[in-house]
Design a protein around this ligand. Structure first.
Ligand code: HMG
Ligand code: MG
Length: 298
């Protein structure tokens, strides 16, 4: 049986925009987050406190966090690879910080410039500081279904990182398909393996749509009992350290499917479509959401 409620984490303002070449005005980023707040998300990944040399687009994260209109009950989350990032996130009053590692050594090196083991050591301080400051802690595992540099990734390699993030005290752990290569059987295999070590209710699915599999993979993960998913308005996005990776699954498509399944999300689809039109207009291209474009054309 499928879950009756799903928590959707909107990652468009972070994962969606981090790879854009042209600098997006901070006003546009703020309006995007505010529109998503109005649409009913309970968690919006709004910022990333990483090196501006590595990801220039996220350099305005502090200003975004400072000027968004915050709604009580909504978590505004931020990526924090190390203590420098955590201090910035704390100052910006992030409700949740994200430590992000990988299930593949090669990707860990390319993305955060250290090995998996080293990353866990860096995260230890961040995790401790988050607990001390009462900030929610989320962990993310890139390349859980395949890696652009090393290819196959075994479910046991994912489980190993899940256990390490669990031991750091993560309140939620994201199983990420960075390059969108998973298919439903792999989804079942990975969640079945990792759920032996960590509560299924606190595991999420963060699926990119590079191979057009994201929506069917969400359906497979729902069948496996997963009830937290990440998506990006207008299908924005791509990872700067995963060549050819496209955006996350489009939020509009996910909400449309969940609505059809009678699964409650608390999200106003029309408002998400409007937010998608807003940001796509700004970026000068059509939204990468089939449902969004169909609804907007009506
Ligand atoms: P490093 O060079 O090993 O770190 O980078 P370092 O500590 O030696 O610092 C080097 C320089 O960066 C120094 O500045 C630091 O001050 C600065 P300099 O002295 O040269 O002027 N620095 C920072 N500045 C601002 N904020 C910080 C920070 N830390 C150091 N927090 C580091 C290590 C992790 C910092 C670097 O590799 C980095 O920033 N990488 C960015 C990775 C990233 O953002 N990737 C995209 C997000 S992850 C993703 O999209 C995947 C996900 O969606 C899930 C999925 O789909 O798979 C989450
Ligand atoms: Mg991602």
């Amino acid at each position: 049986t499928l879950p009756t409620h799903v928590k959707l984490v909107e990652v468009g303002p972070r994962d969606g925009l981090q790879n854009e070449k042209e600098t997006i005005p901070v006003e546009v980023k703020i309006e995007l987050v505010d529109r998503l707040t109005d649409a009913g998300f309970v968690n919006i990944e709004a910022a990333s406190f990483v090196s501006p040399k590595w990801v220039p687009q996220m350099a305005t994260s502090a200003e975004v966090m400072d000027r968004i209109r915050r709604k009580p009950g909504v978590d505004y989350s931020a990526l924090t690879p190390n203590m420098k990032g955590f201090e910035a996130a704390l100052a910006a009053q992030a409700d949740e910080v994200v430590i992000f590692g990988a299930a593949s050594e090669a990707f860990s090196q390319r993305n955060i410039n250290c090995s998996i083991a080293e990353s866990i050591e860096r995260f230890r301080d961040v995790a401790q500081a988050a607990k001390q400051n009462g900030v929610r802690l989320r962990g993310s595992i890139s390349c859980s279904f395949g890696c652009p540099y090393q290819g196959e990734v075994a479910p046991d390699a994912v489980a190993d990182v899940v256990r390490r993030l669990r031991d750091l005290g993560c309140d939620e752990i994201d199983i990420a398909d960075t390059i969108g290569v998973a298919t439903p059987a792999k989804i079942h295999a990975v969640y079945e393996t990792v759920a032996k070590d960590y509560p299924l209710a606190q595991l999420s699915g963060h699926f990119h749509d590079t191979y057009g599999q994201a929506l069917v993979n969400i359906y497979a993960a729902l069948q496996a009992g997963v009830s937290i998913f990440h998506s990006s308005v207008a299908g924005l996005g791509g990872c700067p350290y995963a060549k050819g990776a496209t955006g996350n699954v489009a939020t509009e498509d996910v909400v449309y499917m969940l609505n059809g399944l009678g699964i409650h999300t608390g999200i106003d689809l029309d408002k998400v479509v409007d937010a998608g039109e807003f940001i796509s207009r700004h970026l000068g291209r059509k939204a990468a959401s089939r449902a969004g474009n169909a609804i907007a054309a009506k």
